[in-house]
Write a protein that binds this ligand. Structure first.
Ligand SMILES: [Zn+2]
Length: 292
């Protein structure tokens, strides 16, 4: 395990870039072949904004002074965190650490949706009106500044090992690209996969413009937390193809503007409330028509 730890520390960055750019190219090629709906995702301005955010985020992540591995080392050396005080086999600690890391990610994502101040930032990711591999990297840089202290606290509480942490980062990079990709997996295989991991179809529901669906399927890697905490939702393949993506209040070209996305966290949440009221009125009106 010590050799593996040393290898990962030395190679984590090149490995992460290799997975990211390698998989990005593979999935982009597959996306050209697959047709999930009659309206394939538009690229153009949208891609420029999504990849500009990626470039900015690489810079911001590099500038964050404390790394998860540094804190995991500190926790291990000082016997801090549940897994560091339990007397368990290294492999069991690795598996549990991996699961703890994915639970921290799931919990953070729930908070990003439920806390209005955090939603202001996270909604940048959700304004994409199309879903493809470029959406995977569409995050406001502030989101990393929110995630980091939550993750570091999670590491201190749970005692996730440095190896588990590094392996999870590699897995998470691959899964982020996979779950946003505009690809179709054979149905029987997809049904099997979604018991344990998040699939593109499962994550697509999270990008629905209908709020109860936006607030579901929070998992980024494993689907188990959504099954366990009853935040799991699914749709039939035909409705997945026709559903509206993005946010109901921003169904226009603003969602493709880099500058607008950068300033979105500082804009009012009123649009969301108005969209909810409009939606409620629409439903009431529809019910009235149905009863007549
Ligand atoms: Zn989300």
């Amino acid at each position: 395990m010590e050799n593996f730890d040393r290898y990962l520390r030395a190679e984590i960055e090149p490995l992460q870039y290799a997975i990211f750019f390698g998989l990005l190219l593979v999935l982009m090629s597959l996306e050209r072949l697959a047709h999930r709906s009659s309206e394939a995702p538009r690229r153009g301005r949208r891609w420029i904004s999504n990849f500009s955010l990626t470039a900015l985020n690489i810079f911001v992540i590099g500038a964050i002074p404390v790394s998860g591995v540094f804190v995991a080392d500190f926790a291990r050396d000082n016997g801090i965190g549940i897994l560091n005080v339990l007397d368990i086999a290294p492999i069991a600690a690795l598996v549990l650490g991996f699961l703890c890391r994915s639970f921290v990610s799931w919990m953070t994502h729930v908070a990003l949706h439920r806390v209005p101040a955090l939603w202001r930032v996270h909604r940048v990711h959700h304004t994409d009106r199309f879903l493809d591999v470029s959406t995977a990297v569409r995050f406001h840089p502030i989101e990393f500044l929110i995630n980091t202290p939550i993750l570091l606290t999670g590491i201190l509480l749970s005692g996730i090992s440095p190896v588990a942490l590094m392996l999870y980062e590699l897995f998470d990079t691959a899964m982020a690209l996979f779950t946003h990709a505009y690809i179709r997996i054979p149905r029987p295989l997809e049904r099997l996969l979604r018991f344990v991991v998040v699939t593109p179809d499962m994550h697509r529901v999270h990008h629905s413009s209908w709020q109860p669906e936006t607030d579901s399927n929070y998992g980024a890697t494993f689907s188990i937390w959504d099954h366990l905490f009853r935040t799991y939702r699914e749709k039939t393949p035909s409705t997945l193809r026709t559903m509206q993506l993005g946010l109901a209040e921003y169904q226009d070209d603003r969602a493709s503007s880099f500058w607008w996305l950068l300033t979105l966290p500082f804009r009012s949440l009123r649009d969301r409330r108005q969209a909810r009221v409009l939606r409620r009125e629409e439903l009431l009106e529809k019910r009235g028509v149905d009863q007549r």
